[in-house]
Design a protein around this ligand. Structure first.
Ligand SMILES: C[S@@+](CC[C@H](N)C(=O)[O-])C[C@H]1O[C@@H](n2cnc3c(N)ncnc32)[C@H](O)[C@@H]1O
Length: 364
């Protein structure tokens, strides 16, 4: 075979691998949803035994199991019993860093109905979510409690990067953290657990309060934490010395993001800090050519693939923002500009896991 044909073949296989990616995601979430992963995480089992226990059909179950073994989620032993691999164990409900809810969220109907319309977003500039569901994501979640619970659970899974925050930012001089749009409270709970001298305020939409109160219950009972319902487009609670915006700004266009930042600035003391946790994408935006970015820090960790840009995951999440919201993942320069327009300035940018960054900003 000529070199060119061999390359063509390799490209075809790789492209096919990308095109069937959604099928594999559905295979993973089916195994999660059917209880297969949780069951074999306790004890390996063959398809007949599993099918009987879980009320499934052995032959189609075997086909699902062998496909998942082929992609390294499960492993089959010589006796025909299947067990999760390291990746597979991350899908079990009992794993401390379980990614189970993310698998269910990313394959859920309300997510995929929007993703199918990505082309509409590119044509119109409108979030595909709105075309698919007739409302924005938070309006939709307000009237769909089951999807809302799944969304919060998925967000909380995706927040494992925040575990590094106490080691990356010095909180020794801080006393009260206000987590603005803090979701179900997992990020704030992590900080309160790491630093006994800190107290916290979780500021969220009233809908999300119940899951947040559950997650933060012990700290609320100890008097170290309050959950405050509200709207960050109106105001943000005063009284903190560190304000946190974790995966909030990327949901909004520049005007809305500026309002949130201005409200944080208005609530902060002059010597306060604002921590912005987001992915930061390289490049300068359309029409300006080049993908170089001013000081984007060390390369992202752990997502190396032979011919992928190291920022591919951040860029994939940027597409997710385009589908789901009017927001975007921003460059470091875009964050500088936004912060500047709200009377704030970036002091430093630090790396977290999963290509996340923390931008430490202060009034100025
Ligand atoms: C992508 S989630 C991030 C949650 C959390 N910070 C995390 O990283 O896990 C964005 C959060 O912003 C909250 N939010 C949206 N609109 C809001 C508003 N107007 N006022 C307060 N919170 C809002 C949502 O309820 C949601 O929990």
């Amino acid at each position: 075979m000529h070199v060119r044909e061999a390359q063509d073949d390799a490209d075809r296989s790789e492209l096919l691998g990308l095109l069937v990616g959604p099928w594999l995601a559905y295979a993973v979430s089916a195994a999660v949803e059917l209880g297969v992963v949780d069951r074999i995480a306790r004890e390996p089992a063959g398809p007949r035994e599993l099918a009987e226990e879980l009320g499934l059909r052995p032959e189609p179950l075997y086909r699902l199991l062998r496909a998942l073994a082929a992609i390294g989620i499960l492993a089959e032993d010589p006796e025909g019993a299947f067990a999760p691999t390291g990746k597979g164990r991350l899908l079990s409900a009992t794993h401390p860093g379980s990614m189970r809810d993310l698998a269910l969220l990313y394959t859920s109907g309300f997510f995929t109905d929007a993703w199918k319309r990505l082309g509409d977003s590119v044509r119109t500039g409108e979030p595909a979510f709105r075309t698919a569901h007739g409302t924005d994501i938070y309006g939709y979640l307000h009237t769909h409690p089951a999807d809302s619970a799944l969304f919060d659970a998925g967000m909380s899974v995706g927040s494992s990067f925040a575990a590094e925050l106490p080691a990356v930012v010095d909180f020794s001089a801080a006393s009260r953290i206000v987590d603005v749009g803090g979701g179900d409270g997992s990020v704030l709970a992590g900080l309160l657990m790491a630093h006994a001298h800190l107290s916290g305020v979780l500021f969220e939409r009233p809908d999300v309060m119940r899951s947040a109160e559950g997650r933060l219950g012990t700290y609320v009972a100890e008097g170290r934490c309050r959950a405050v319902p509200g709207d960050f487009f109106r105001e943000v609670p005063a009284g903190g010395d560190v304000y946190l915006l974790c995966r909030v700004l990327h949901n909004w266009d520049a005007a809305a993001a500026r309002t949130i930042l201005a409200n944080c600035r208005a609530a902060m003391p002059a010597d306060g800090l604002l921590l912005i946790l987001e992915r930061i994408v390289p490049g300068h935006g359309p029409g300006r050519g080049g993908a170089a970015v001013p000081d984007r820090g060390p390369e992202p960790r752990g997502t190396a693939a032979p011919d992928r840009d190291p920022a591919w995951l951040a860029l994939a999440f940027d597409l997710n923002m385009m589908v789901m919201t009017a927001g975007r993942e921003r460059t470091a320069a875009e964050y500088d500009e936004l912060l500047g327009s709200a009377g704030l300035r970036t002091r430093e940018v630090r790396d977290l896991a999963g290509e996340m960054r923390v931008l430490v900003a202060a009034p100025g």
